[in-house]
Ligand binder design. Structure first.
Ligand SMILES: C[S@@+](CC[C@H](N)C(=O)[O-])C[C@H]1O[C@@H](n2cnc3c(N)ncnc32)[C@H](O)[C@@H]1O
Length: 276
């Protein structure tokens, strides 16, 4: 990361962006349903366990886990964006789901408390993922487990990359580079990171899925409903530039077009690990 990188500013952009899209996030989340199911299967939450869901967004994972944890278990949904959690609170009607706004790199959680921690599509939005992993480890009971999903390596996630290519094609390069959201898609890198954070029994499994969009517009809307910091930056552009990007993305999607619109793939990795 460049020495000009300002982590506080980056986090403020992410928080503002995810608050901005909180009400729309669910609109495109169903496209990633198979990833959520695979992550929960890997996490295997059991009745009576206490889970922490980090970077929870509108609480989709927490909501899906709650019935498996049962009335004696619980899941604490956390996120830096309070607007996301407000949305989660409105949408989740389960007595065993709790909510707390907190930065993943400085969690407001007690030591050694949780049986398991999930973090779906969240690690790569953090400027200091090593700090977050240390916080996860601190918050877990000995023998507790983490389950997380990340985007695959660069080149394997057209779902995100086609929009990024369009932005890079039409707009000047940002003055300060943002960390790549694909950096954990290298299994060796992710595994080393988990191991350095003190986790053991690491498993990594690829999970690939496809999203279908009737129009390029629908693809662009789904991107804007997912990419917090980027959406925030784009929202500050003049309306004509925003419109030009929306119109231009069809060119970047051209090779993914078929008779029914666009068929856009995405690769992810699902990791699990244990606190010894
Ligand atoms: C791509 S969304 C993932 C949401 C959800 N886990 C899912 O699987 O759909 C990333 C989430 O990370 C949150 N986030 C960003 N920076 C964070 C930070 N420093 N600490 C905690 N959450 C953060 C955002 O507000 C957003 O809700």
């Amino acid at each position: 990361m460049s020495s000009d990188f300002d982590a506080r500013r980056f986090k403020a952009m992410e928080r503002a962006g995810f608050n901005r899209i909180a009400a729309h996030y669910d609109n495109a989340a169903h496209l990633r349903a198979s990833l959520q199911d695979a992550l929960i299967a890997a996490a295997a939450p059991a009745p009576g366990e206490h889970w922490l869901d980090v970077a929870s967004g509108p609480g989709l994972l927490a909501r899906a886990m709650a019935p498996q944890l049962g009335p004696t278990g619980s899941v604490l949904a956390t996120d830096i964006a309070d607007g996301m959690l407000a949305h989660a609170r409105r949408n989740i009607d389960a007595g065993n789901v709790l909510f707390a706004a907190t930065d993943a790199e400085r969690l407001c959680t007690p030591d050694g408390h949780f049986d398991g921690i999930s973090i779906g599509l969240g690690l790569f939005v953090l400027p200091h993922p090593d700090k977050a992993l240390a916080e996860l480890r601190r918050s877990l009971k000995p023998g507790g487990r983490i389950a997380l999903s990340v985007w695959g390596a660069a080149g394997s996630v057209p779902l995100i990359e086609r929009a990024q290519q369009c932005i890079a094609r039409l707009l000047p390069a940002p003055k300060v580079a943002r960390p790549s959201v694909f950096r954990f898609g290298d299994p060796a890198y992710l595994s080393a990171m988990l191991s350095e954070a003190g986790f053991g029994r690491i498993t990594l499994a690829p999970h690939d899925f496809h999203c279908r969009f009737a129009t390029a517009d629908a693809y662009w809307d789904a991107f804007l409903a997912l990419a917090g910091g980027a959406t925030e930056a784009l929202s500050r552009l003049p309306a004509d530039k925003q419109q030009a990007l929306r119109a231009a993305v069809a060119d970047d999607l051209a090779d993914l077009a078929d008779d029914d619109g666009y068929h856009v793939p995405a690769s992810t990795l699902i990791a699990t690990a244990i606190k010894p």
